[in-house]
Design a binder for this molecule. Structure first.
Ligand code: NAP
Length: 265
């Protein structure tokens, strides 16, 4: 019984896209600490391998990887089939892989728009399409889409990202309704600026384009957050783990903002 309380996800297979680093790695660790077997999807084998090894060593769970471009539907379907063959059908899917290039709208060409929509929106569509039949058959499933505060409100210089994350929130809401009577919940988590490589790249971009120091650039980012700090990846991860728990069965179609009070939708 104690074991069940401490490892509530034992026997469940969780797929985390972009699980090799940043928020995705923290989510994978949080699910593994609750006993889930993990499949980490991403583009970079070395990063994924070392993250999977850490999960096996630190949490004693099964953890494997699949190297895939999340935008490529056929490869995603094949990768998820391979993960299911190795660790069973997925009970949990966390769509975390994402890119966030910034540029003024008039410098964001159609190629950039397509790339962002293909990764940040269609990546989640492809994975959901691949896992849903098994979840429907099991009568149980959890899908969590990592959107952003940019999925709830407008932000300058990230028009494509904002559009893709708003669309991801819309997809979350619609799929939640469609699966509501099937034991499946679909939610979005919307972090504010979080301490990862994406923010590192944003700081480098601001510094290069404005001549501001890194510290000044950081202050301009945390100024959005009433707590005046970056969110920690682990804070996002714990919210995801709760949404994946049995206790959150009534929570579906929601967009939970993890941003120190930045938005109060
Ligand atoms: P990160 O450190 O840059 O990691 C991004 C992850 O996505 C990496 O694991 C990367 O894999 C993967 N990825 C990117 N493009 C991919 C593709 N085409 N196919 C497969 N995998 C791909 O970013 P993060 O900050 O952890 O962000 C994770 C999620 O949170 C993203 O959806 C992001 O939009 C969202 N978010 C982040 C923040 C923030 O401030 N950090 C705020 C709000 C929302 P590789 O390692 O193989 O490149």
């Amino acid at each position: 019984m104690a074991l069940h309380r401490e490892r509530p996800f034992a026997g469940r297979h969780a797929i985390v896209t972009g699980g090799g680093r940043g928020i995705g790695a923290a989510i994978a660790a949080s699910l593994a600490s609750r006993g889930a077997a993990l499949s980490l999807l991403g583009r970079t084998a070395a990063t994924l391998e070392s993250a999977a090894r850490r999960l096996r060593d630190e949490h004693g769970v099964q953890a494997g990887i699949a190297v895939v471009d999340i935008a490529a539907e056929a490869s995603v379907a094949a990768a998820i089939a391979q993960c299911a063959a190795e660790r069973g059908p997925a009970a949990i899917l966390v769509n975390n892989a994402g890119i966030a290039p910034s540029a003024p709208f008039l410098k964001s060409d159609a190629k950039l728009w397509r790339e962002v929509l293909d990764v940040d929106l269609m990546g989640a569509v492809h994975t959901a399409r691949a896992v849903l039949p098994a979840m429907l058959e099991a009568g149980h499933g959890r899908i969590v889409n990592i959107a952003s505060t940019a999925g709830i409100t407008g932000m300058a210089y990230v028009t494509a990202y904002c559009a893709a994350k708003h669309a991801l929130v819309g997809f979350t809401r619609a799929l939640a309704i469609e699966t509501a009577r099937k034991g499946i919940t679909v939610n979005a988590v919307c972090p504010g600026y979080t301490e990862t490589d994406i923010v590192g790249a944003a700081l480098a971009n601001i510094t290069a384009k404005t001549g501001r120091s890194r510290e000044e650039a950081l202050q301009s980012l945390v100024a959005h957050n009433p707590q005046a700090r970056l969110v920690r990846p682990e804070e996002v991860a714990e919210t995801v783990a709760w949404l994946c728990s049995d206790a959150a069965m009534s929570v579906t179609g929601q967009s939970i903002v993890v941003a120190g009070g930045e938005l109060m939708p």
